[in-house]
Design a protein around this ligand. Structure first.
Ligand code: SF4
Length: 304
């Protein structure tokens, strides 16, 4: 009799943007390989070593901008690239670009390009070293200021100067930001120029809630199961964050990339449990989640 209940968090695994990138990659790979064209990814489309290795076996390599081959099909990642990288790609002989930049990121590109062309300075909340933020700032034609929530205190004097020096400011946030941090930044910024009535700070809602929803679902499930399994690449920062979130609620949480990662002690612990929860990072395709779910369900049958 099946005693072990295996539950998958409501929001887990790949988001809409990565799913879209993944199917565009698959479609273009199939088409290009049929006609003998080379396909390359400009940076890994997905932070999942198993998926990247599968593509490598089919001849699809990860390259950087300096090594994009001529006459190839180049797949651009969902975070997007800088305007300069786009120009370089377009200048390479006979290259077909498959742009999988997430529509939510593309929207920010358009917003900042338009607002800066109309004379607004741009305030960007995010990590200045993240490729999404680099792509955003590369499309700003005028002045801009980037601030991460962890810098709100130390960078406040610089932020004040930036706001005082620009009468019209337009604010956006990196898609994976916390809405409460952006609200805080807008409040702080408006407070800094409250004595300057001709200064205005406008903003647009640019945060994608996929990451937050995934964390909320994982937290909720971790609360009501005996053991929690987090699936995702060991190089994936959002998976490591997911583990942190579930660990706060359930210290019997395990991080695996695949079935072979379970240790005998972990499997023994799972066999004693009544309920196991599963969540997965943003780069874990459904088939990898199902593989582990089936394995855990069968594990219980074997132990009877
Ligand atoms: S997290 Fe959101 S913005 Fe980022 S790729 Fe996924 S859907 Fe797009």
């Amino acid at each position: 009799m099946n005693r072990l209940k295996v539950l998958v968090a409501e929001n887990s695994g790949i988001c809409f943007g990565v799913k879209r990138a993944f199917s565009l990659l698959e479609e273009s790979t199939e088409e290009a390989l049929k006609i003998g064209k080379r396909v390359v990814m400009l940076g890994p489309v997905i932070h999942n070593p198993r998926v990247i290795n599968d593509y490598a076996r089919r001849g699809v390599d990860v390259v950087n901008i300096a090594s994009v081959p001529e006459n190839s099909v180049v797949v651009v990642r969902s975070h997007g690239v800088t305007a300069k990288t786009e120009q370089i790609l377009q200048s390479i002989e006979n290259v077909k670009i498959i742009d999988t930049t997430c529509p939510y990121v593309q929207r920010i590109h358009k917003l900042v390009a338009k607002q800066s062309a109309e004379g607004c300075a741009i305030l960007v909340m995010g990590d200045k070293n993240h490729s999404e933020v680099e792509g955003i700032t590369s499309r700003i034609s005028g002045d801009f200021f980037v601030i991460h929530p962890s810098e709100f205190g130390e960078k406040e004097p610089e932020l004040r100067d930036f706001l005082i020096n620009h009468k019209s400011v337009f604010a956006v946030a990196q898609t994976t930001s916390r809405p409460s941090n952006f609200e805080h930044l807008l409040k702080l910024s408006r407070g800094l120029v409250r004595d300057l009535p001709d200064h205005k700070i406008l903003s647009s809602e640019t945060i994608c809630t996929a990451t937050l929803k995934r964390q909320d679902s994982a937290r909720e499930l971790a609360n009501r199961v005996d053991v929690m399994v987090v699936i995702g690449g060991k190089n994936s920062s959002n998976t490591s964050k997911l583990l942190q979130v579930v660990m706060e609620k359930n210290d019997s949480s395990i991080w695996v990339e695949s079935i072979s990662d379970f240790t005998p002690e972990q499997l023994a612990g799972i066999k004693k449990a009544e309920t196991v929860g599963i969540t997965a990072g943003a780069s874990t395709p459904d088939y990898q989640i199902n593989e582990i779910k089936d394995f855990l369900e069968r594990l219980d049958e074997c132990s009877d």
